[in-house]
Design a protein around this ligand. Structure first.
Ligand code: NI
Length: 128
């Protein structure tokens, strides 16, 4: 498995390798962290990550980070960090391409029940 340390990772090329929403791919590892890319379309399941923060950065389109008491809209070039332990979900009415930065051990659906949206070992894509 390439760790993508030998070339630039092109996000557009990496996104072009898959089309399913809420099916993250890994594009780089940074020490104990991983950079993932995901297509957001529709609503993800409500969940929290008890011990880990989670960063979202929008590459293309727009999306919302929903909390139970507020919503954070994100557009291209904007990022937001979901604090550990806080219930949240992502939502987009038209497809949004986003980058996620989080600990490699973080499961996308957090404490929510196992579902079709749960991703355990996201495939690695080179984006070359
Ligand atoms: Ni999350």
């Amino acid at each position: 498995m390439s760790l993508n340390h030998d070339h630039a990772v092109d996000l557009t090329a990496a996104f072009a390798t898959f089309s399913e929403p809420f099916a993250p791919r890994r594009v780089a590892h940074v020490d104990d962290f991983v950079v993932k890319i995901v297509r957001v379309l529709g609503e993800f399941v409500w969940h929290a990550h008890e011990a880990t923060d989670e960063l979202f950065l929008v590459h293309q389109g727009s999306m919302e980070i929903c909390y139970r008491d507020r919503t954070v809209p994100l557009g291209p070039g904007q990022l937001h960090v979901v604090p550990r332990g806080v219930e949240h979900r992502t939502r987009a009415t038209s497809e949004c391409l986003a980058v996620i930065f989080e600990r490699a051990t973080t499961v996308n659906t957090g404490d929510a029940e196992e579902s079709a949206q749960t991703a355990h070992e996201e495939p690695f894509v080179t984006g070359a």
